[in-house]
Design a protein around this ligand. Structure first.
Ligand code: CLF
Ligand code: SF4
Length: 476
């Protein structure tokens, strides 16, 4: 539903179709790969505008120790450290998935990411997946592992149709690994230091090779630990690309003494946003980067920017749950129609005209469907895009801790934090904004605009970029 005036306004400069949402749009990949990722919100940036995932914490045991983990909490490799989820039996986990599927039509993926290691605790992971696969054929199964036990389970992973596996790979040099992993437990024996890191590295590489050979899509998560593996992650990126990984997700270490981890207690800090971006940018050209990860809660339910876990705790699950497959199917058809329109909007953008050196950084308030459709005051996150002569590129999401509008009133302290959050942006696009925040943003040098309300994100930014270039040309 891209507006005609917007298409007309589209630039001779702007975004090339392949650059808009480039990392995951259908026009950018082989049809068989697109078929696998098109409804996985983590494996496709495009899909994350439409589909939701959930985690169930059914696998508590772990076979290694990471210096950024405290076992009191869930596996920090795929969930925000310091968040404890409700531990579930496989039966409870499967029941919870049914309950979510019955009321969240966007739900397309069940991920098991702990609270320990999904493969070390394979019996429980498998029982949960088996129950869900029987009841809900339209749910994709996804798991995350540290990789140590992975080579032992590849056959079963393939047999169970699990075609998305994440391996956390923080190093390919065991000397660096020894600074991250104090010990591992392997073949009924505890190994420490360099020996432990060597075994872990070999098992991770073997597991990655085996999955790729069997056609499973592998995402690699790497925790960026300043001073330990920051430079090294570029070599990790190149190595996992060489071995066929589909996606590389460089995540910032979250380190807080209150979490009681080794790193938290010894003062190891996490990276700044600039340091993270620097490493991500340096990795460009290698394995494709995931930039839309939200470092989920361990009991995450909903779209990636959402936390609906508290709506589905065990005590809130109904006795009997009925999932209506026809209703879910109808919803998917609606989504397909929306994405066709979004794809049309991307295709409508004409190739870029070179405007060397001109860059526009844009913050967008969106509540999904790839549209600029969120009010400024209700935004819980901003999507950050960069437009330049090469096109429009998604850079990542920034979370707003306290939304501006609370109980119908604007909150001044939240406003100043929001302004700080997007201070490096030139423009903020949203569906609607009031006078007070508009003034504050302007005073900070950020142009607020609701001129593209309910339009598609990428083509709107392309049009805006072109308009800015034209203005600059006229002034020159
Ligand atoms: Fe969960 Fe991970 Fe599967 Fe996604 S999360 S197991 S691949 S279904 Fe996604 Fe969350 Fe980032 Fe993980 S946004 S933390 S990458
Ligand atoms: Fe913790 Fe996960 Fe590392 Fe195990 S693999 S120690 S649960 S972060």
């Amino acid at each position: 539903m891209i507006a005609k005036p917007l298409i007309d306004a589209l630039p001779s400069g702007g975004c090339s179709a392949s650059a808009c949402g480039s990392s995951a749009a259908p026009e950018d990949m082989a049809p068989e790969v697109w078929a696998k990722v098109k409804d996985h919100p983590c494996y496709s940036e495009e899909a994350h505008h439409y589909f939701a995932r959930m985690h169930v914490a059914v696998a508590p045991a772990c076979n290694i120790q990471c210096n950024y983990c405290n076992r009191k909490y869930d596996c920090a490799n795929e969930s925000r450290p310091g968040v404890v989820s409700e531990r579930l039996t496989p039966e409870q986990g499967a029941k919870k998935v049914l309950a979510v599927a019955a009321s969240v039509p966007q739900l397309s993926v069940l991920g098991i990411a702990g609270p320990g290691d999904a493969l070390y605790d394979w019996r429980k992971t498998k029982a949960t997946f088996a129950a869900v696969a029987t009841d809900l054929a339209d749910i994709k199964l996804c798991l995350s592992t540290n990789g140590l036990a992975l080579p032992d389970h590849v056959d079963e992973i393939v047999a169970m149709n699990i075609d998305h596996v994440t391996i956390t790979i923080n190093m390919i040099d065991p000397e660096i690994g020894a600074k991250i992993y104090p010990w591992i437990f392997y073949k009924h024996k505890r190994f420490e230091g360099l020996e432990a890191a060597k075994i872990l590295h070999e098992r991770q590489m073997l597991g990655l090779d085996m999955l790729v050979a069997r056609g499973v899509l592998v995402k690699v998560n790497s925790v960026l630990i300043p001073g330990i593996n920051d430079e090294h992650l570029i070599a990790v990126n190149r190595e996992v690309k060489k071995r066929g990984a589909f996606l590389h997700n460089v995540m910032p270490l979250i380190s807080d003494p209150a979490h009681g981890t080794h790193f938290g207690l010894t003062g190891q800090r996490g990276p700044t946003a600039e340091e993270l971006k620097k490493v991500q940018d340096a990795c460009e050209g290698g394995a494709k980067l995931m930039r839309h990860c939200r470092q989920c809660r361990a009991d995450a339910v909903g779209m990636l920017g959402e936390d609906r876990g508290q709506e589905f705790t065990l005590d809130k699950l109904p006795e009997t749950i009925e999932v209506n497959p026809a209703k879910r199917e109808a919803y998917r058809r609606q989504i397909e129609a929306k994405r066709e329109l979004a794809a049309f909007a991307r295709m409508a953008v004409k190739p870029a005209e070179t405007r060397p050196g001109r860059v526009l950084t844009v913050a967008v308030a969106s509540k999904g469907d790839a549209l600029i459709n969120q009010h400024f005051g209700h935004a819980k996150e901003f999507l950050i895009y960069r437009a330049d002569a090469l096109g429009v590129k998604f850079l990542g999401a920034r979370k707003i801790d306290d939304q501006y509008c609370q109980g119908g009133l604007g909150e001044d302290s939240s406003l100043s934090r929001i302004v700080e959050l997007i201070r490096d942006c030139d423009v903020m696009l949203c569906a609607k904004i009031g006078g007070c925040p508009r003034g504050e943003l302007k005073a900070a040098g950020i142009e607020p605009s609701d001129a593209y309300a309910h339009e598609y994100i990428a083509p709107s930014i392309a049009a805006l970029y072109a308009a800015r270039c034209a203005e600059a040309d006229a002034d020159a």
